[in-house]
Write a protein that binds this ligand. Structure first.
Ligand code: HEM
Length: 146
């Protein structure tokens, strides 16, 4: 096993993939929550319950998972010194975009919290396809390294 991580590298990689799963689960859930959330009246009991659920998903699952995926991913990148490789640069661009998508979900949550509903249900359902498509390409880049 090469690199400064030595044999620990496989543990870091396992941790990376485990938190990728948590992150993706959260990213799939959030816009779906938004769709159901938007169906209830602003200020209603149901509205407050959705705000609470979204807040917990953000604080307990999404934010910590994203941070850990980044920390472990960067450790793996320095360990393997992949900076000059096309698959890694392409993966990096996509994970930055995915992190931006995460940022968008947080921003949208804050709007819902204020009683705003800027997007339609159809638009939210379409946006919900983004993380799945991005994850499929990211995994192909990371595993096959074309
Ligand atoms: C957030 C920034 C990320 C960075 C910097 C990063 C970096 C890396 C690096 C360098 C490796 C290769 C480890 C090695 O074998 O030497 C790796 C493996 C992997 N990454 Fe990431 N990653 C990130 C996010 C993600 C995301 C969001 C996904 C999935 C949606 C993902 C899925 C994977 C998978 C499945 C592997 C295992 C590949 C294999 O061993 O065959 N990564 N990551």
């Amino acid at each position: 096993m090469t690199g400064f991580l030595g044999a620990t590298m496989l543990w870091i990689k396992a941790g990376h993939v485990i938190f990728v799963i948590f992150l993706m689960a959260g990213l799939f859930m959030m816009p779906r929550f938004f769709v159901y959330h938007q169906q209830c009246a602003v200020g209603s009991d149901e509205d407050r319950k959705w705000i609470e659920r979204e807040d917990r998903l953000r604080r307990i699952i999404l934010n910590p998972s994203l941070a850990i995926v980044w920390v472990f991913g960067l450790m793996l990148a320095f360990n393997g010194n992949y900076w000059g490789q096309g698959w890694f640069i392409a993966k990096l661009v996509l994970v930055i975009a995915l992190s931006g998508y995460h940022g968008w979900t947080i921003g949208y949550f804050k709007k819902l919290q204020k009683g705003e509903r800027p997007l339609t249900e159809k638009q939210l359902r379409l946006l919900n396809e983004v993380p799945g498509a991005a994850a499929a390409i990211i995994v192909i880049l990371a595993v096959i390294r074309p």
